[in-house]
Design a protein. Structure first.
Length: 156
């Protein structure tokens, strides 16, 4: 499978007591599409090796035609937070050159930040990821899996 290089996204953090001049933060963001049947939503997600699953804001469910009242729920915990309900559904992640199905979570805990997390189950288990912070690059190499579609690679 091909290897896709991705640049870190630079973000300027505002000044705080710990960092009075602010600071530059480099993040591993990807632009992607979420699909459920004919419904599609474009968004960003952070490649996050500390996330157990792929998780997105619950506010993404309605545009994707997903109903939080009927979606299975699990209680999840993030850094410094209490346990919150996370609704799960099968969706497709579309990175333009690679698409694959995942069982992703949607939670109100992500609504405030407005982007998703690409975690161990659903992303890292389907891709070899290499981080090179000093070169400001990370690479993604999809594994050959049965529910990974790469037919668009020839068109890329």
């Amino acid at each position: 499978m091909p290897v896709y290089p991705c640049a870190y996204a630079d973000m300027q953090a505002p000044p705080t007591p710990a960092f009075p001049k602010g600071r530059l933060i480099r993040r591993t963001f990807l632009s992607l599409g979420l699909q459920n049947g004919q419904q599609r939503l474009s968004c960003y997600a952070l490649v996050d090796s500390g996330a157990d699953h792929c998780v997105f804001p619950r506010s993404f469910m309605q545009p994707l035609g997903l109903d939080p009242l009927t979606a299975p729920v699990d209680m999840t915990v993030g850094v410094g937070s209490t346990s919150i309900p996370t609704h799960f559904a099968d969706i497709t992640l579309d990175f333009g050159v690679v698409q694959f199905s995942v069982y992703a979570g949607f939670t109100t805990g992500m609504d405030q930040i407005g982007f998703g997390l690409l975690g161990q189950a659903g992303f890292f288990d389907r891709n070899k990821i290499a981080f090179d912070y000093s070169q400001e690059l990370f690479t993604i190499e999809p594994y050959r899996i049965s529910n990974c579609t790469t037919t668009r690679l020839a068109q890329a």
